[in-house]
Design a protein around this ligand. Structure first.
Ligand code: FES
Ligand code: MG
Length: 570
């Protein structure tokens, strides 16, 4: 059997010479070019992405496995996206990184792909890019950090930042204590160890069948993370021999499984945007309403921050994602294939029992009965908005309040702590111009910190609405992803101070109590904000990005071009 890489290394002419000779400068023996499967290790390692800084090391274990199985591993870097440093938001570059992954995979002599991922955007970006090529592919997530430990208690990535910042703002802790918590929270390699977006993405990959069973929850520093990497290296070589393509694993049923699992784990709202974008690449029809239809009735089983108490280390010791799959088995499609060549059903036959029911509840006695992300519709979000009930305050899920409007993020920062700001806890905070086009890049600012004067009163949650996202580590009664966004003239743009806004989660409604006639009038006077970029990638992004309900992919990237390249390089 001849693999794709033979179109490079198998040639017996000038081109074969060129393709092999330069590679040999790395000390690669002749027999590596004998037609064996060539495995690309797509590495999002970067010291600027601290959550992925250990992936250089993990790659060595993948290589071991590839060699053991008779393959030829070749590791390559692609654009790495870190949540914490990258401005204005890593999300702006998710699609750019996906292009990097796609073209690096397609243009090179690779037969199978291992994606090394970790921090939030590094999983969806590489999966999107790989899906547009559709070779045999598996994901090796880098794993979460060990639990944060601060003053004798566990603190969670991100989640602790929001809590401690409120405490600092209200004078409950000193700045020295606050600063000390930094090193207590992030004390080992790995990604956020809350059920933030990175953990959510690792669980998404596992529930889709894109990782070996049990991959998501193993701590980054646990030796079994290395074993996983090595076994994944062995397995990808077999996947090439079986021609087990990504599209064979990523079926509509696999996506439905992922949606249900995300509800049961209290996964990040960002999941919706990323899963939609991946579906768009692989060619599976999936729309925003599917998330509500498939997932909103699924119970919450996992007691992890930000919705609950525990952290990823506890999840792993309790049994990890296989226990969730097992608990959900009556509602999952168990006949879906996973990258190990077996179905979820077959994999679950070897699944042990849950070791800690405080961390993972039984299906019949869940933490919350209906926990999946809810899709809201109404005149304020004609194409939809989302809310994560497990992170929200039950009492606020049916609420009508007076709008307090911030026109953009600068306006919010200038005025939110102004003692004269006309706001109380019954108001609805509205933030505009933080959508895909407006910011640009749809940042995680939707969980606006409450005004200081309300925090001082002991208020911990209020209804907040925006066209942005929120960090998967955050919480609150926050309506996100309003589509169409304000910067392109969605009705959110027309909200004025004092308007009444009604949120009704049960009825899945988000309504602005302003008549259609009045809205039409306001629209006549509305001026579109000046775009914030007139050149470069950001300009390309603004022109081509789709709205949140479509996954915020660039319009020309949807779909796939496959793995064929017709022309040689010389
Ligand atoms: Fe990288 Fe949270 S900041 S995973
Ligand atoms: Mg994030």
């Amino acid at each position: 059997m001849s693999y794709r890489s033979a179109e490079w290394f198998g040639k017996k002419d000038k081109m074969g010479f060129i393709y092999r000779s330069w590679m040999k400068n790395q000390g690669i023996p002749e027999d590596m070019f004998d037609g064996r499967p060539v495995i690309g290790i797509c590495n999002t390692w970067s010291e600027l992405t601290p959550c992925n800084a250990h992936l250089r090391d993990i790659a060595e274990w993948v290589k071991r496995g590839v060699y053991e199985a008779g393959g030829f591993p070749l590791e390559f870097p692609i654009m790495s996206l870190g949540e914490t440093l990258l401005k204005p938001t890593a999300m702006l570059f998710r699609n750019l990184a996906s292009m990097d992954a796609e073209e690096s995979i397609r243009g090179n002599p690779l037969d199978g792909i291992v994606l090394l991922t970790g921090c939030d955007k590094t999983t969806p970006s590489t999966m999107m890019g790989a899906a547009s090529v559709d070779l045999p592919t598996l994901v090796v997530p880098g794993g979460p950090m060990l639990n944060g430990k601060y003053q004798g208690r566990d603190i969670g990535s991100g989640t602790a930042v929001w809590q401690l910042t409120d405490e600092l703002k209200t004078g409950k802790i000193s700045y020295d204590e606050y600063a000390h918590a930094e090193s207590c929270m992030s004390r080992s390699p790995g990604h956020c160890m809350t059920m933030g977006t990175a953990s959510t993405m690792a669980c998404m990959a596992e529930s889709l069948g894109m990782t070996l069973p049990g991959a998501a929850a193993i701590p980054a520093t646990d030796s079994r993370r290395k074993v996983l990497a090595q076994l994944s290296g062995r397995r990808i070589v077999q996947m090439v021999k079986e021609d087990l393509k990504m599209s064979t694993v990523l079926t509509r049923k696999a996506f439905e499984n992922a949606i249900k699992v995300n509800a049961a784990i209290g996964g990040s709202s960002n999941f919706i945007i990323h899963l939609t974008a991946i579906a768009g690449r692989i060619g599976v029809a999936l729309n925003l309403q599917d998330f509500d239809n498939v997932g909103s009735k699924v119970p919450l089983l996992l007691n992890l921050m930000p919705s609950g108490r525990f952290l990823m280390e506890d999840f792993y010791y309790a049994g990890g994602l296989p226990i969730i799959l097992k608990e959900l088995q009556s509602i999952l499609h168990l006949d879906t294939l996973t990258v190990n060549g077996k179905t979820h059903r077959e994999n679950l036959e070897r699944c042990h029992d849950c070791y800690n029911k405080d961390v993972i509840a039984d299906y019949d006695t869940p933490i919350i009965k209906e926990a999946g992300i809810v899709v809201l519709k109404g005149n304020l979000a004609l194409n939809g908005a989302v809310l994560k009930p497990s992170a929200a305050t039950p009492a606020l899920m049916k609420h009508t309040g007076r709008a307090v409007v911030f026109e953009n993020i600068e306006d919010y920062h200038h005025r939110v702590d102004d003692p004269d700001l006309d706001i109380d806890e019954t108001c609805v905070m509205v933030l505009k111009s933080v959508g895909p086009v407006g910011y640009p890049g749809m940042p995680e600012v939707g969980n606006m910190v409450l005004p200081k004067k309300l925090l001082d009163k002991g208020i911990t949650d209020m209804v907040r609405i925006s066209d942005g996202r929120m960090s998967g580590t955050a919480y609150g009664t926050v309506v996100l992803h309003v589509s169409p966004e304000s910067a392109i003239g969605g009705n959110l743009a027309l909200v004025e101070n004092g308007d009444l806004i009604e949120l009704n989660v049960k009825e899945k409604r988000i309504h602005l109590h302003v008549s259609d006639e009045e809205l039409a009038q306001r629209r006549q006077h509305w001026k579109q904000p000046v775009p914030t970029a007139d050149r470069g990638y950001a300009n390309l992004y603004i022109k081509h990005v789709q709205q949140a309900d479509k996954g915020a992919d660039l319009d020309f990237l949807v779909g796939k071009s496959g793995a064929r390249v017709l022309r040689d390089s010389h």
